[in-house]
Each structure stands twice: as structure tokens, then as C-alpha cells.
Design a protein. Structure first.
Length: 413
């Protein structure tokens, strides 16, 4: 009898606890009013509302998803091809322009990178607009991209922004785009490496010219003694401030455009958020261009903005490294320098000019000890007599054809 009473009590409690959940479930599934937010993708009416619009204002994500891109671009064909040509040549011409800027002959590597760049860009432009099908919340059906959509999509690929608002629709297209992304980023990485090296050398040359212009007597007062030679110079923040100013200008232009351009419909705070997310290559894709003009602007500004931010990050990192070196230099550092000098002179009581040069290069981190050892080995292979080698011997060594790789490996072994 007691067991029946306990069972009945348990059933009553269970029924009481389930009832509120059942009522909530029924209420949440009812049509009026919906408790779970709904995403509606119907066409907008002229007054900005839809036939199945839920009660309350639409979110920006809902409105953006309801904007449909035209299957055929409204931009004239001549303008489309001009914009695409400028966008492609702006990137593909860099490997050919860099040698002329550096006043150096064009290498086979640069020709190869330039040819690969042209193939990647023009190949993608053709395939994405004619062969591969794409899907988007802005498309009514899956279809190839227009030229404007294509350069907008390729800018996302090259800069790694990746909004995700336009994606390949078919499995084979997805595999191809994945491989295309890897190939494109490889070519771009080689190009960026060449450009970065050029900028570094140009910056160092500019700093040297500026120092000489501001210090006519630089030969006598630039290095007064050994202490000023080995002590790291206090780093300057000017390069970082310059790169920050350039990035700020580009970022402000992005904000002003997407806040003011008709059809984009972004508030000032949304435009600011979109600029940071885009130019930092994070992407996320909540706010994206929804007009053809916005896509054209974004295609070019992604390249400029992300490059300027890379410059900011590079200058900031370099500044922090130099500040660490500058602040670590203390009075105790002279003892470390003395130990290094002792190893260079091999505990001798005198220091030759050559030994002092080695010590200074190592102390300034201008060369590694391994590189100095290799230089010494190369000099010994010239069979010097009392530390001297004939000029003709050095010239002959430079003119001697390099042995095959297998012979070099055997000699090394």
C-alpha cells in the first residue's frame, strides 16, 4: 500500500514539472508571437517590409540577406573589363616593375613569378565567371560570378579576408577553389617577400642619406669610441607613426564610404567594425558590401588596407625588438663584450685590425660567427702566403666554373 502511495506521489510531481515545459514548447512553436528569432529571406517590398516579416524591426543580418545581387551586372561591360584589367595588372605587374625600380636585371625567378601571377589572376577571372558555380545568400540561384563579383571574391582570397558571403556551390568547385587558394597564396607570398625586401633596402638607404644630410661631419662624429659602437642606438618611432597614419587614412576612407554610400545601409559603428574586421583579414562576414560599387571599392581597398596593416605590425614588432635590445644594454654588457673579444683574439695580448673588425661585426649582430668561419675557410682555400693572397689568385677563383652538385657533395663528405 505504501509503495502505491509513493508511486502516485512521484507521478504527480513529474506531471507538475513537465507541464510548464510543455506549455513553453507549445507557446514557442505557435505562430503568434514567435519566441525563436526567424531568418526571413523573402524579397523586400517597396516600403522595406516583407509579406512574412516577423513582428518587430528587422536586424541588419536579415536585411543584408534579403538584398539580391543581379545575375547580370548593371555596370557597363567596358567599365567592368577596365576595372578587372586594372585590378589584375596592379598585382601581376609588380614582379616586372620591381627590377626597374631597383635598377637591376630581371631574373628568371621574377619572370616565373610574374608569369605565374598572370596565370593565377586571369585564369581565376575566366573560370569563376564562366565555369565554376557559386552560391550566396544574395543569389536567387547558383550561378557563375559576374566580373565585379569575381574581383571582389578574389580579393577576399588573396588577402585571406574570407567573408564567406560567396562560396563555391558544387563539391568539385569547392575542391578546385581550395587548391586555387593554396596556389594563389603561394605566388602572393613570393611577391610579398620581394616587395618587403625592396622596402627594407629602400628604407635603410633613405635613413643613411638622411643621416648624412643632417650630419655633414658624420665620418668623425658618428662613432667616437668603442662604447658608442657596441651600444645599440635608441630606436625611432617615426616609421611606426608613418605606417599608422597611412593605415588610419585608408581605414577612415573605408568607414566614410560604407557609412555614406546609398544602398549599403550601415551605421557609423557598423562601418567602423566592418573596417577593422576586414582590414585585419579576420573577415567574419556579418557586415559585407551589398552593392556593386561597394564590391568594387572593397576589392581594391582590401589590398591597400591589409598591406598597410602588415606594415604597421612589422614596424611595431621591429620597434619592440629594438627597444628590448636597447634596454637590455647595461654596464654589465661590457663584460660580455670583453669575453667575445677574448674568443676572437684567442687570448692574445694584442688585437689586429682584422680581429677588431670581426669582434665589432659580431657584437653589432651584423654577421654570425658561422658566416665568419666560412669566410675564413674560403680565404684559406686560396693558399695564402704569410696572410696575403695575390689579386690574380682571387680573380681566378671567381672565374673558375662551379663544380657539379654531386662533386661538391662528395668533396663535402
Amino acid at each position: 500500500m505504501k509503495s502505491h502511495l509513493i508511486l502516485a506521489a512521484v507521478l504527480v510531481v513529474a506531471q507538475a514539472s513537465v507541464s510548464p515545459q510543455s506549455n513553453f514548447l507549445k507557446h514557442s512553436l505557435s505562430e503568434d508571437p514567435p519566441l525563436i528569432p526567424q531568418i526571413h529571406t523573402a524579397e523586400l517590398l517597396e516600403d522595406g517590409h516583407t509579406l512574412d516579416q516577423p513582428r518587430g524591426p528587422l536586424t541588419h543580418q536579415q536585411v543584408q540577406g534579403q538584398v539580391k545581387f543581379p545575375e547580370k551586372s548593371e555596370v557597363p561591360k567596358s567599365v567592368q573589363f577596365t576595372l578587372a584589367g586594372v585590378w589584375v595588372l596592379m598585382l601581376a605587374s609588380l614582379p616586372f616593375i620591381m627590377p626597374f625600380i631597383d635598377q637591376k636585371p630581371v631574373t628568371k625567378t621574377q619572370l616565373g613569378v610574374g608569369t605565374a601571377m598572370l596565370s593565377v589572376l586571369f585564369g581565376g577571372l575566366y573560370l569563376f565567371t564562366n565555369i565554376i558555380l557559386f552560391q550566396s545568400v544574395h543569389f536567387k540561384t547558383i550561378r557563375p560570378l559576374t566580373i565585379i563579383e569575381c574581383i571582389y571574391f578574389m580579393s577576399q582570397v588573396i588577402t585571406t579576408v574570407g567573408y564567406g558571403d560567396i562560396t563555391p556551390a558544387k563539391p568539385r568547385g569547392q575542391i578546385f577553389v581550395g587548391l586555387y587558394v593554396i596556389g594563389a597564396l603561394t605566388v602572393i607570398a613570393m611577391l610579398i617577400s620581394d616587395i618587403t625586401n625592396h622596402i627594407f633596402l629602400a628604407t635603410e638607404a633613405y635613413k643613411e642619406r638622411r643621416f648624412i644630410a643632417n650630419n655633414p661631419e658624420w665620418r668623425t662624429n658618428r662613432v667616437r669610441n668603442l662604447r658608442t659602437l657596441i651600444k645599440p642606438e635608441k630606436p625611432h618611432v617615426a616609421p611606426l607613426l608613418t605606417s599608422l597614419a597611412i593605415f588610419a587614412v585608408l581605414d577612415i576612407c573605408w568607414i566614410v564610404f560604407f557609412y555614406t554610400y546609398p544602398g549599403e545601409g550601415k551605421t557609423i559603428f557598423q562601418a567602423i567594425y566592418m573596417s577593422v574586421i576586414t582590414l585585419s583579414t579576420v573577415g567574419l562576414g556579418f557586415f559585407t558590401p551589398v552593392t556593386e560599387t561597394g564590391m568594387i571599392f572593397g576589392a581594391f581597398w582590401m589590398l591597400f588596407g591589409t598591406a598597410s596593416l602588415v606594415s604597421v605590425i612589422g614596424n611595431f614588432t621591429e620597434l619592440m625588438v629594438k627597444f628590448n635590445e636597447y634596454e637590455r644594454f647595461k654596464e654589465e654588457s661590457k663584460d660580455e663584450a670583453f669575453v667575445l673579444l677574448t674568443t676572437v683574439v684567442d687570448k692574445s695580448d694584442t688585437v689586429t685590425e682584422l680581429q677588431f673588425l670581426k669582434f665589432a661585426l659580431l657584437q653589432m649582430h651584423s654577421v654570425s660567427k658561422g658566416s665568419l668561419d666560412h669566410i675564413g675557410q674560403a680565404f684559406e682555400n686560396l693558399n695564402p702566403h704569410k696572410g696575403v693572397v695575390d689579386f690574380s689568385c682571387v680573380k681566378k677563383s671567381l672565374e673558375t666554373p662551379r663544380p657539379p652538385a654531386d662533386v661538391e657533395d662528395e668533396n663535402t663528405t
